[in-house]
Design a protein around this ligand. Structure first.
Ligand code: GDD
Ligand code: MN
Length: 369
């Protein structure tokens, strides 16, 4: 143990470890990092999103015993990318690496990654499962297909020809990080892609092969809905300077909501319900549908959970949409009656104004950040 009066050498490398419910893994990872990194001057930053399984306390115990390990505890937010970004911003080390807490990434690659960056041979070193010498362990055929498709899509936004752009295991130099950090989307969980797509200069990348290990303790946090977040990241990087990716998501879900509405209307109509009643019920159902789907997809990072927050969110959302409908009808009628617009363009303009209002107002009243 070092004397409290003796300052430690500043860290040359920081390892950022995002955690959410990884209590069975963090101590083992700390040991694995200690033996992989040896004498290197390093620090490890665990970024925990208020895990419910005691991960925070387990990390705190590690940090109390070894000052090279730190905890960054976030409350009220979830998200792999933003957790990693904040961990990276919490250190001044000239090289920053990111590794999962669940031991699926091979920490023994870290010294080679660091050596490459130190020698100035690359700005980013990436652990790859898809180059010769790498592997994905026992992934089923479906997950391999999905991952392959996502990999091809990634080329759209990064220009870089990476064998494994979806990798969450990499190291980056401070200048490369600083260049990109203000333009990061923070959307979803693909922080490496986000960094590459946000960098003003073309980063020099080197890939190193490793085998993706199987997770032994705990379970994966990434369900199929993260595919949506991935699409939002792509949209954000492709056209985010014109329209926000969230708006695209909101409009798309609204479009699907129209089909829900018409389905309910058709069914009630077939049952002989009065039109006014059927149309009202269909409108209500479509609003509820829009609320829940947007809560899952568009605002996944600010998702409302628990009975009261969800109820409050649903009520504000329906009120917002009710105002939106009034604005929609008002604008359309105004254009139609006072400006002699045709029914089609007047109707469309009303819809657009209502949609923009619903989007803007619900982001303030329903999903406040
Ligand atoms: N702080 C924080 N917040 N950490 C999170 C969150 C979150 O919302 N969600 C997941 N994590 C942490 C997990 O605790 C784990 O350490 C790491 O992020 C990866 O999560 P897993 O649930 O293990 O994901 P995976 O194994 O499916 O995904 C891995 O493979 C992908 C390649 O397809 C990750 O390495 C991804 O980064 C990688 O891109
Ligand atoms: Mn994992």
């Amino acid at each position: 143990m070092s004397d409290a009066a003796t300052p430690r050498a500043p860290a040359e490398v920081a390892i950022v470890v995002p955690t959410f419910n990884e209590v069975g893994n963090v101590a083992r990872l700390a040991d694995a990092l200690r033996s992989a990194l040896g004498e290197l001057a390093y620090e490890v930053v665990f970024v925990d999103d208020d895990s419910t399984d005691g991960t925070r306390d387990a990390v705190a115990a590690i940090a109390r015993a070894d000052p090279r390990f730190r905890l960054l505890h976030r409350i009220g937010r979830r998200g792999l990318s933003t957790a990693v970004i904040e961990g990276m911003l919490s250190t001044t080390a000239p090289i920053v690496a990111v590794i999962d807490a669940d031991l699926q990434h091979d920490e023994r690659l870290l010294p080679d990654m660091v050596a490459l960056l130190r020698a100035g041979e690359a700005d980013v070193a990436v652990g790859s499962r898809y180059m010769a010498g790498g592997g994905v362990g026992t992934w089923d055929a479906r997950r391999q297909r999905v991952s392959g498709l996502a990999t091809r899509l990634a080329r759209l936004i990064t220009a870089a020809d990476l064998s494994d752009p979806m990798s969450g295991f990499f190291a980056i130099t401070r200048p490369a990080l600083d260049g990109a950090v203000r333009d990061l989307s923070g959307q979803g969980y693909k922080i490496l892609l986000d960094l590459l797509a946000s960098s003003p200069t073309r980063l020099r990348i080197r890939e190193l092969p490793y085998s993706f290990r199987n997770r032994e303790a705990g379970e994966s946090k990434l369900d199929t809905l993260i595919v949506w977040e991935y699409l939002l990241l792509l949209i954000d990087k492709l056209i985010g300077h014109i329209v926000p990716a969230r708006f695209v998501s909101f409009m798309f879900i609204g479009g699907v909501g129209v089909f829900v509405h018409m389905g309910v209307l058709a069914s009630l109509n077939a049952l002989g319900t009065r039109f006014l009643v059927a149309q009202s019920v269909a409108t209500g159902v479509a609003m509820v549908f829009n609320f829940f789907v947007n809560n899952q997809l568009t605002y996944r990072d600010r998702r409302l959970r628990g009975t009261w927050p969800v109820l409050r969110g649903l009520v504000t959302f329906m009120l917002v949409c009710a105002f939106g409908a009034v604005a929609n009808v008002g604008i359309a009628e105004y254009l139609f009656a006072d400006y002699a617009y045709g029914w089609f363009s007047a109707g469309l303009a009303g819809i657009l104004v209502g949609a923009v209002w619903n989007y803007a107002a619900s982001s303030v009243f329903t999903w406040r950040s």
